[in-house]
Ligand binder design. Structure first.
Ligand code: C2E
Ligand code: CA
Ligand code: CA
Length: 334
């Protein structure tokens, strides 16, 4: 396995774009229990083990287990249904506001939901990875951005100046058409680019820092901002922050939630805030659920921005917009 990984460690260049090939392996033992399997069934099982490896993040070797058959059937159904979710109008947009230490709403993150006709509301944590394994994620990303444009207009009509953070999949961002497409959309839909923050994850920078940086710079010239999501969970090299035109980092909820008790997490947050202040980056703390966490963060920085259940849960965009300018907004918890 290590040997295979090594062979593919150098990116291939296709149309001047570096393309990274990961290696994942699925293994089925035969004959082990059932000996009457056809060749097709054996390959199917190996494929399920392979899919399992990929879903674990890739670069793994997995052995087939019976439970994979059930999981694969469920996944297959979701993948098939998801392809029609946009045209069947099953996707919903939720929003979760972000607050400054004075308790004022300063921005919001757009979060996708899927209202499946049989399975009910499905979390993006379940269907985004499925969409990401194919070009389906591009369709979803385009749909979200078009909806975001309408939402920004609606907000403006209501007198709300909304700063909207939108999650961008690395697969979508990596497409050579991403920058011209977004450029066009901003012009056609007359969006104020300064109201858009694109959230990307650190994985995006791993193999193609130069081309990613170039794309980010060209969008930055329009006024679009960038945020690094789940900061601290990935490769977390502070060197990225120097080389990329980033405006914001979002500290992952794992650190935020443990910081009041865990001295290591507290030290990490302290260090991050010091670096962010030097580099004039905005810092958003994700997953703030308790007063203790909020107070801890406020002691570390007066300019920190909170996002979490303590202040407001993700809710349909129309609901948040309806109450946005009310100080005693019933959706806010604080
Ligand atoms: P994320 O970008 O890290 O989004 C934050 C997640 O944390 C959201 O989960 C949100 O509901 C949850 N959260 C917010 N406050 C709290 C809290 O106080 N405690 C806890 N425990 N959780 C909190 P959600 O909405 O299920 O989204 C999961 C992930 O799906 C997102 O993680 C993001 O990576 C992805 N996602 C969501 N919408 C989109 C989208 O439109 N496009 C793409 N590409 N990905 C999306
Ligand atoms: Ca996010
Ligand atoms: Ca996050």
């Amino acid at each position: 396995m290590d040997h295979c990984q090594h062979l593919f460690s150098t990116p291939f260049m296709i149309d001047d774009e570096p393309v990274v090939v990961g290696v994942s392996v699925g293994v089925v033992r035969f004959p082990e229990t059932e000996t009457r399997l056809s060749a097709d069934e054996i390959f199917q099982r190996a494929n399920m083990a392979l899919t399992h490896s990929r879903l674990e993040g890739g670069g793994h070797l997995s052995f087939y287990e019976t439970k994979m058959s059930n999981a694969a059937a469920h996944r297959f159904k979701l993948e098939r249904d998801l392809k029609r979710a946009v045209e069947k109008k099953e996707l919903r947009l939720f929003m979760q506001p972000q607050f400054n230490v004075a308790g004022e709403k300063v921005a919001a993150e757009l979060l996708l939901r899927w209202e499946h006709p049989e399975l009910g509301m499905i979390s993006p944590a379940e269907f985004i990875p499925i969409a990401e394994s194919s070009n389906l994620i591009v369709d979803l990303g385009e749909w979200v951005m078009n909806q975001a444009a309408q939402l920004l207009h609606l907000a403006r009509q209501k007198g709300i100046s909304l700063h909207l953070s939108i999650n961008i999949s690395p697969r979508h961002f990596a497409k050579s058409s991403f920058v011209p497409w977004l450029n066009n959309l901003v012009k056609e839909q007359k969006i104020d680019p300064k109201s858009l923050v694109l959230e990307v994850t650190e994985g995006l920078f791993l193999h193609n820092l130069d081309s990613v940086s170039e794309k980010m710079r060209s969008l930055r010239t329009l006024g679009i901002e960038f945020s690094i999501d789940d900061f601290g969970t990935g490769y977390s090299s502070l060197a990225y922050l120097k080389r990329l035109p980033v405006n914001e980092i979002k500290i992952d909820k794992a650190f935020v939630q443990d910081a009041p008790q865990d001295a290591d997490d507290a030290a990490l947050i302290d260090a991050l805030l010091a670096v962010a202040e030097k580099m004039q980056l905005r810092v958003v703390a994700e997953g703030v659920e308790t007063f203790e966490q909020a107070d801890f963060l406020k002691q570390c920085s007066q300019s920190i921005i909170y996002q979490g259940y303590l202040f407001g849960r993700p809710a349909p965009v129309e609901e948040w917009l309806a109450f946005w300018n009310q100080p005693d907004c019933p959706l806010s918890n604080r």
